[in-house]
Design a protein around this ligand. Structure first.
Ligand code: ZN
Length: 695
């Protein structure tokens, strides 16, 4: 099939300088034109080269059928993130290189005549990493599929969540899963195509949960990057670890499909999996009722949604007040390594959780020492943030069981996921707090080395998340509210966790929370480490203890990728704005609860005493809401997370104008869009209480 794509600009596809490509698998020198003709599959060994979004769409869709939507969505820089270079510069460079505004393209198209909503990712754009724009496009594609009763096909190629957007990138997991979950409820088919690579937060969200999951041969698919697993876990990796065939063998992929057969297979699947579109009135109403939506009115649904999002954007004035001391200091100087961190797979990996690190944190005396205690003292801004990270990791910090012990009058722990085992890194049970019956689910680290080994340093395996899901559903069935308590460095990145589908378990847990018809209050009590934290943190209300931290990747992981050394973790901690107070500013957290002087580890009873009234007030307020409203509010909470704008101008100019002209054009486009306050989306539109008044 000729690779030709008329409706939007592909990357510069002429490489006159290099006519040949060396196959990384068999080392054969391949003539580029021949490689294009063979769908970028090595004719010698079958190695599947990566494809751009345009090439992928041309491969899968009927010629000329693609209608792109939202081409001009563009990321903002909500964190003021700077490593070797400012995030906006990275975006500009990626835009110039790919001709895309961000790492995903969505629209409508046809496969053998069958109309679908389709979203494809482009690894060439910052490693296909998912920030606000990618999350938004996946969510919009899913919402359009729902509104128009069309099957959804998403082709993933991504290293994971985008570090430069911090927890707002992490929140895209919940945003996309919430939208996909509505498709499931309405019986709209969703086919996930996993290509090389699909890792981290993308695999741990929408990519893992297709009605049917297809994968290209030998594609790297996994939660943690293979290098992370190999480097941090002292275990031999099984053969073919994290490859499509490995996933297939362990039951997480339906079919491994060679590229040449992909379009045919999709067409075949689409003929079986049909939306119940407009078959009968009854079906329609049933579907709408399941979603808690008014009767099916696709256009009004979309326009209401747009109104809501637009109306909830912050005003210019608020925008101006946003920069904080922390934001100002989030610009470390003197970083010189010209590493293009996010253009490689590990760049967007989930937190590489080193088992050696918890051992370091077992020394309470280290709590307030800087990471580089042998080196020079940290600058004050870094020292302040790093002290909080150390407090969040303090060995004596109250965990779920310690807090429940103080909060509850009664506690009955429940065990097991009914599938594999009982994960002691996650505890769950029934509690009575001030006369209210509550299901509690939380992470549990150990208070000493022995207990830490038993509880795997609070790093759950998949069975921990499946136990959580089981208890969420138990709560829903018996009308009990849920209290979740978060304190984990991240999900366990080892081979056993991958084999049993840790990413899938995380995705299912987040998805379950987005649809749960009972109140959920979440407390970030210690470390909120990436997807492994969010898996039990997608609550209606998210509270944080004063010294808790929340981030898309561990500061050590972030520093290893961006500065090539974990020693610069304090810098990364500042750049990611991971403290509770900063998360409050970003709208990821709703309230911060002050800790006793010196930190929660010094007085568990007082910490619980300070938490109790806020938890109870929120539980009571949420309990008063009808279930439909509760679920709709929660949907809107995560649906609105992100910071992006709709650029007015056309995508990046073609080859003609000079580089300088193109950069000038981009800057101008950014300025124009920023000047229009109504079009700037940032943070979460509206809070729990104020979204009525803002709309
Ligand atoms: Zn080859």
């Amino acid at each position: 099939m000729p690779i030709k794509f008329p409706s939007f600009r592909p990357r510069r596809d002429a490489y006159p300088a290099d006519l040949w490509t060396k196959c990384p698998s068999c080392s054969e020198m391949l003539f580029n034109r021949q490689l294009q003709k063979s769908l970028r599959v090595c004719p010698n060994c079958g190695h599947h080269f990566r494809m751009s979004a345009a090439e992928r769409l041309a491969l899968l869709l009927d010629p000329g059928s693609f209608e792109e939507r939202d081409a001009n969505l563009q990321s903002l820089d909500p964190l003021g993130f700077v490593d070797q270079k400012p995030y906006p510069d990275r975006l500009t460079a990626a835009q110039l290189a790919t001709g895309l505004r961000d790492a995903a393209v969505w629209g409508f198209g046809r496969i053998e005549g069958e109309r679908i909503a389709v979203c494809v990712m482009d690894f060439g754009f910052m490693g296909g990493s998912m920030g606000s724009v990618v999350g938004e496009k996946v969510a919009r594609a899913a919402e359009a599929a729902l509104a128009e009763r069309l099957p959804l096909v998403v082709v993933s190629a991504s290293g994971g969540a985008r570090m430069q957007e911090g927890t707002l990138a992490l929140m895209q997991l919940a945003k996309t899963l919430a939208a996909i979950e509505r498709l499931r409820a309405a019986r709209i088919p969703y086919i996930s195509v996993l290509t090389d690579p699909t890792t981290g937060g993308v695999y741990a969200s929408f990519a893992a949960v297709g009605d049917v999951n297809l994968a290209e041969p030998n594609a790297l698919i996994g939660f943690a990057g293979a290098r992370v697993s190999a480097g941090t876990i002292a275990a031999e990796l099984p053969p073919g670890f994290q490859r499509a065939e490995f996933l297939f063998r362990h039951g997480f992929v339906d079919r491994v499909v060679p590229r040449a057969a992909l379009r045919k297979e999709l067409a075949l699947l689409l003929r079986y999996l049909r939306p119940p579109a407009l078959v009968t009135e009854a079906t329609e109403e049933e579907g709408a009722a399941a979603l808690g939506l008014p009767a099916f009115r696709p256009l009004s649904f979309i326009s209401e949604l747009a109104d809501r999002v637009l109306a909830d954007g912050r005003s210019d004035e608020e925008e101006g007040t946003e920069p904080t001391p922390a934001g100002a200091t989030a610009r470390p100087a003197g970083a010189t390594t010209p590493a293009s961190a996010t253009s490689t797979v590990p760049a967007t990996d989930p937190p590489p959780v080193a088992p050696s690190r918890p051992a370091e944190t077992t020394a309470p005396a280290k709590a307030t020492e800087p990471a580089n205690s042998n080196g020079p003292a940290l600058p004050p801004d870094q020292a302040a943030v790093w002290e909080r990270v150390q407090l969040a990791r303090h060995l004596r910090r109250p965990r779920t069981l310690e807090l429940v012990d103080q909060l509850a009058d009664e506690w009955l722990e429940l065990h097991g996921d009914r599938l594999f085992g009982d994960d002691e890194a996650v505890v769950a049970g029934l509690a009575r707090i001030d006369g209210r019956r509550v299901v509690v689910v939380g992470h549990q680290k150990g208070a000493d080395t022995e207990e830490n080994i038993r509880r795997n340093f609070g790093m759950p395996h998949p069975e921990g998340y499946r136990k959580a899901i089981r208890c969420f559903e138990l709560a829903e069935r018996f009308g009990l509210p849920v209290l979740t308590i978060v304190d984990t460095p991240g999900a366990y990145p080892g081979p056993a966790a991958e084999e049993r589908g840790v990413a899938e378990a995380i995705a299912r847990a987040i998805a379950a929370m987005t649809r749960l018809r009972t109140p959920i209050v979440t407390v970030i009590a210690g470390e909120g480490g990436s997807g492994g934290a969010l898996a039990i943190a997608a609550g209606d209300v998210v509270l944080a203890l004063e010294n808790a931290v929340y981030s898309v990747i561990s500061p050590e992981g972030c520093a290893s990728i961006l500065w090539r050394t974990a020693d610069r973790a304090p810098e990364a901690a500042v750049a990611m704005r991971m403290t509770a107070a900063e998360q409050l500013e970003l709208g990821v957290v709703d309230a911060v609860i002050e800790e006793p002087p010196g930190g929660a580890h010094l007085d568990h009873a007082e910490t619980a005493r300070r938490l109790r009234p806020t938890i109870l007030a929120h539980l009571d307020a949420l309990a008063a809401l009808p279930a439909e409203e509760l679920v709709e509010r929660r949907y809107r909470r995560y649906r609105g997370m992100g910071a992006f704008t709709e650029a007015a101008a056309e995508p990046v100019a073609p080859g003609r104008p000079s580089l300088a002209e193109r950069i000038r054009g981009l800057i101008e486009a950014g300025r124009q869009s920023l000047a229009a306050p109504g079009r700037v989306f940032t943070g979460r539109p509206g809070g729990r209480q104020d979204d009525e008044t803002s709309g």
